[in-house]
Ligand binder design. Structure first.
Ligand SMILES: [Zn+2]
Length: 74
């Protein structure tokens, strides 16, 4: 039996854009890099922005959620 581990190295990150308040899934490596280098991260849905240091509780971005479900469903 082979167990395929999905790429769960992702975490929700809130966006800080205008009235758009969603938590997007971003690769943790990107989050770390963003924190160190101050560069923008790219979410699963393709949104790019510079995340806040402290994620707040926002509803998960529907697009990210859907993509994540596909990743975890495999
Ligand atoms: Zn998203």
């Amino acid at each position: 039996m082979t167990t395929v581990r999905p790429d769960t190295n992702l975490g929700p990150v809130t966006s800080d854009g205008d009235h758009e308040r969603f938590a997007h899934y971003v690769k943790k490596g990107d989050i770390v890099r963003s924190a160190v280098e101050g560069v923008a991260v790219e979410a699963l849905c393709g949104k790019r922005w510079i995340p806040d240091r402290d994620p707040q509780r926002f509803p998960v971005c529907p697009t990210c959620k859907e993509i994540m479900a596909h990743i975890r469903g495999r």
